[in-house]
Design a protein around this ligand. Structure first.
Ligand code: F6R
Ligand code: ZN
Length: 184
């Protein structure tokens, strides 16, 4: 990757966009294999049109060591067998920290260090801090899309297998007055 020159990024918090745009990643239900508690309900959702669950819009800053990439994730509102829609979740293999800034909707930042689970309620203006060594997943617990800005070390990496192996400690389920965390 060639070195990147200084540049300005237009951040529209209201629209939840970053300009100029880098790559956009779209994850449909089929990409979340093995993550929802109810596998049959997940399979049914894949068969029923495989909806987009979330997308991640990056800037042109590359994911390489010593760079500082940013992205905006938008998670659609929905549940699968009562479990709120969420990101896959990952661990940074190099154990580096990250921050999330909530922009729109109502979400949660679920973190797991292999033993302990932590949950941060995310509403516009909340910065959630993810310390090194904590796997992290974002959950949309509202009726609107949940959107947040992420800023993270370019060399952090994304280990998705860690979450498949260890889980995230807890899951967020829809209840009449919001959400409830239940044991994995
Ligand atoms: C980067 C980061 C976020 C997520 C994004 C999608 O380190 O934590 O930008 O990558 O919210 O979630 P995952 O990567 O779990 O599919
Ligand atoms: Zn991360």
């Amino acid at each position: 990757t060639p070195p990147i020159s200084p540049f300005a990024i237009q951040f529209d918090a209201e629209a939840a966009t970053l300009t100029p745009e880098g790559p956009t990643l779209t994850r449909r239900m089929s990409a979340l294999d093995g993550l929802f508690k109810d596998h049959d309900a997940w399979q049914q959702a894949v068969a029923d049109g495989d909806p987009v669950v979330y997308s991640v819009q990056s800037t042109p800053v590359p994911e390489v060591d010593r760079e500082l990439p940013q992205s905006i994730t938008s998670i659609e509102a929905g549940t699968t067998a009562g479990e709120f829609w969420m990101t896959k979740g990952h661990q940074h293999p190099n154990h580096q920290g990250e921050i999330y800034l909530a922009l729109h909707g109502t979400g949660g930042l679920l973190m797991f260090d292999g033993t302990e689970t932590q949950w941060i309620d995310m509403v516009p203006g909340t910065i959630g801090y993810i310390p090194p060594g904590w796997a992290h997943r974002s959950v949309n617990v509202g009726a609107d899309p949940y959107k947040f800005l992420a800023v993270y070390p370019g060399g952090a990496g994304h280990d998705y297998g860690w979450v498949l192996e260890h889980g995230m400690g807890k899951r967020a389920y829809a209840v009449t007055d919001g959400f409830e965390l239940r044991e994995f």
